[in-house]
Design a protein around this ligand. Sequence first.
Ligand code: IDP
Ligand code: MG
Length: 158
Amino acid sequence: MEKTLVILKPSAVQRALVGKVIDRFQQKGLTIAGCKMMQLDESILREHYAHLVDRPFFPSLVESMTVTPVIVMCLEGVDVVAVVRAMTGATNSRVAAPGTIRGDLGMSGQENIVHASDSPESAEVELKRFFKPEEIFDYKTITFTSIYAPDDLRAKKQ
Ligand code: IDP
Ligand code: MG
């Protein structure tokens, strides 16, 4: 089943929003396939945010992402990449729609609570960047058949 990377950024850790954000993913019906705390550094952020290294705010982004450890998660579900991006909301929390994580919990473009992979291709690359294979678990909860009907498992994005 599809997997995505979520990072609970230092803005979530500092503001004690970790439980609230994880609760949203669990209530939605997503499976936590992996979860750990880690300290990021500039080298991993240069890879992870390669598309932003030349932007003037990059030093500030590195500072912000390293100020506390983060929580990295592998979430699993049908179409989970698109579902989690929709739950995350627009990059700038001030314009992110109410009902999204950023829209409900933040006021900043940079301090925007969560990272979420933006495509299945980047999710694969990003999960390998942050997790060893043995840190991702393959299991189904007993609620699985209440979360998905057989059709959901056959069809994608309907
Ligand atoms: P995304 O997190 O919504 O995918 P990206 O454009 O990939 O957005 O940017 C990665 C992260 O870089 C953002 O989540 C945010 O923390 C930071 N960022 C992006 N654009 C800006 C900006 O204009 N000013 C400050 N920080 C930014
Ligand atoms: Mg991005």
